[in-house]
Write a protein that binds this ligand. Structure first.
Ligand code: 13P
Length: 248
């Protein structure tokens, strides 16, 4: 097994309320969680403070998005400085919903990555191909191009986790098979080895997202280049604990 610490992120997306999240905090705070796994929950921005104040400190919190500058006239946006000010250390950037529902470009995602890292916020950077791209045989080209834009904006890779989330697997119940996930993760690590450095390729956590559940997580977690998960729907349920403990 690799020396990379297993990383399980939850992405609550635009779900939950104070009551249901309060129950989830109770479940997570009292659960027996593998200490060899780093856990980070991605909360809606309005609940970031609530999540940070209620969750046990062994569980990290992430924002799901932010803007590319520290402050200013950007109605509705939040900055990395504000996220840090709430005691939060992580942000999810480039999620497929930001790319495809809100039209975020690679260029904007790259600028956000650079500014978050400069602001000392750790980044879960998401990439992944659409179904038509997989069917057209362009998965590698798509994920390498997305990774290049991220890489061009990273100085300190120790603050970055790369999340491979095939768009066709998100929220669809259609998980990538362990072999499909492993194949892309291995190629991404190869790309990083060729274009960044051996040290980064060896140490970066490449996590998988897309219909991960308590049922399929163990086999995915057993793949050599799968260093964790980014979990949507199941991260709001008690089964998130089983996913955190997938390698136990
Ligand atoms: P699901 O686990 O609901 O498929 O969502 C995955 C995801 O988008 C995590 O960021």
């Amino acid at each position: 097994m690799s020396a990379r610490k297993f990383f399980v992120g939850g992405n609550w997306k635009m779900n939950g309320d104070k009551e249901s999240l309060g129950e989830l905090f109770m479940t997570l705070n009292t659960a027996s969680l593998d200490d060899e796994t780093e856990v980070v929950c991605g909360a809606p921005s309005i609940y970031l403070d609530y999540a940070r104040s209620k969750l046990d400190l062994r569980i990290g919190v992430a924002a799901q998005n932010c803007y590319k500058v520290p402050k200013g006239a950007f109605t509705g946006e939040i900055s990395p400085a504000m996220i840090k000010d709430c005691g939060i250390d992580w942000v999810i950037l480039g999620h497929s919903e930001r790319r495809h529902v809100f039209g975020e470009s690679d260029e904007l995602i790259g600028q956000k990555v650079a500014h978050c890292l400069e602001s000392d916020l750790c980044v879960i950077a998401c990439i992944g191909e659409k179904l038509e791209e997989r069917e057209a045989g362009t998965t590698d080209a798509v994920v390498f191009a997305q990774t290049k834009v991220i890489a061009d904006n990273v100085k300190d890779w120790s603050h970055v986790v790369l999340a491979y989330e095939p768009v066709w697997a998100i929220g669809t119940g259609k998980t990538a098979s362990p072999a499909q996930a492993q194949e892309v993760h291995e190629k991404l690590r190869g790309w990083l080895r060729a274009n960044v450095s051996d040290a980064v390729a060896d140490t970066i956590r490449i996590i998988y997202g897309g219909s991960v559940t308590a049922v399929n997580c163990k086999e995915l977690a057993a793949q050599a280049d799968v260093d964790g998960f980014l979990v949507g729907g199941a991260s709001l349920k008690p089964e998130f604990v089983d996913i955190i403990n997938a390698r136990s």
